[in-house]
Design a protein around this ligand. Structure first.
Ligand code: UDP
Ligand code: MG
Length: 313
């Protein structure tokens, strides 16, 4: 490490009573060995109903490094992380899940990459311990989002990552409500790199992500970083119009040159229907284009993130 730095961990917890003591112990042990400091562990209780909040307060009373942030109700994983990011004071922030699926023991590796000059070091999943069904879903999900979005999103990486202070500050400037943090993280830019980390199984308890919550996350990922779905109507409409014109030419040739016998009116009906459907879809696409632009505007993200300003004397 080049200079002593303060490390902040940002950990959302929701009904993780069974995991919390082990989490605090393992994370604490890792922090003990990291030079610099004082480090802090910012844990956000996302409106747990199983007494996690009380437990968290007790842990905070025992360990001065723990900052307990209690939310008024369950706001969801991404919002809980956002709350943690609003509280951290460190020079370097590590976001990790509170169920020990992100092993705290790799934090020194993340720090080593940071020391090489990277602002974002994210964990890229090696082995996953989930069932094949979930693995297929995640595989598809990351590729779909990456294909549709207009910024480059790294594949197979979740929220487990090290962020430098300026990354956190930049992400906090994005006021959008439906947050897809791993997208926002790569949107910010600067030097980013992934390292392969095997994803452990849950230490205890079960996943707090219901299929519905996962679907919501997927749609946030796709719709927050892409207006491709809105443009689809435009493309489909154009295709339909072209198809109707091709068919019109074919119908004329069929009648005049090949002299086939289609029932009268059939060709013109098909051409008119497909053509008009195409025009409608295309206009819908035009409306979609405007809606998309309005959407981009209301997200009100900063236009750019500065890296440095150099002024001549
Ligand atoms: N979590 C949260 N609020 C929620 C759901 C989850 O703070 O509404 C936390 C949870 O306690 C865990 C992390 O977010 O620390 C990841 O959730 P989980 O392990 O359930 O998701 P999975 O790993 O199954 O995708
Ligand atoms: Mg988990």
């Amino acid at each position: 490490m080049t200079e002593p730095l303060r490390l902040s961990l940002a950990i959302p917890v929701y009904n993780e009573r069974e995991v919390l003591p082990t989490l605090v112990a393992r994370v604490g042990a890792v922090l003990d060995k990291i030079p610099g400091g004082p480090h802090e562990i910012v844990m956000v209780d996302d409106g747990s109903s199983d007494g996690t909040a009380d437990l968290l307060e007790q842990e905070a009373a025992k360990d001065s490094r723990i900052v307990a942030v209690l939310l008024s109700r369950n706001f969801g994983h991404q919002t809980a992380i956002t709350a943690a990011m609003d509280q951290v004071n460190g020079d370097v922030i590590v976001i990790m899940d509170g169920d020990l699926q992100d092993p705290p023991e790799v934090i020194p590796q993340l720090l080593a990459k940071h020391a090489e000059g990277y602002d974002v070091v994210y964990a890229q999943r090696g082995e996953r311990q989930e069932g094949w069904y979930l693995r297929v879903c995640y595989w598809l999900f990351y590729r779909l989002v990456a294909m549709l979005s207009n910024i480059r999103l790294p594949l197979d990486s979740g929220d487990f990552a090290l962020l430098s202070r300026r990354i956190v500050d930049a992400m906090r400037e994005a006021p959008e409500r439906q947050r897809y943090l791993r997208g926002l993280r790569s949107w910010v830019g600067f030097k980013q790199i992934g390292i392969v980390v095997d994803r452990a199984g849950r230490h205890a308890g079960k996943s707090k992500y219901t299929p519905l919550k996962l679907l919501k996350l997927a749609s946030d990922g796709i719709f927050a970083f892409s207006i491709v779905p809105l443009r689809a109507a435009l493309v489909l409409g154009l295709l339909a119009i072209v198809a109707s014109l091709v068919y019109a030419v074919y119908a004329i040739l069929a009648r005049l040159v090949f002299e086939t016998n289609t029932p009268p009116g059939f060709a013109s009906l098909i051409v008119v229907i497909v053509f008009l459907a195409g025009v409608q879809l295309m206009l819908l696409g035009v409306v979609g284009e405007y809606v998309g632009r309005i959407y981009e505007e209301v997200k009100a993200r900063p236009h750019y993130i500065l890296r440095k300003v150099i002024r001549g004397k």
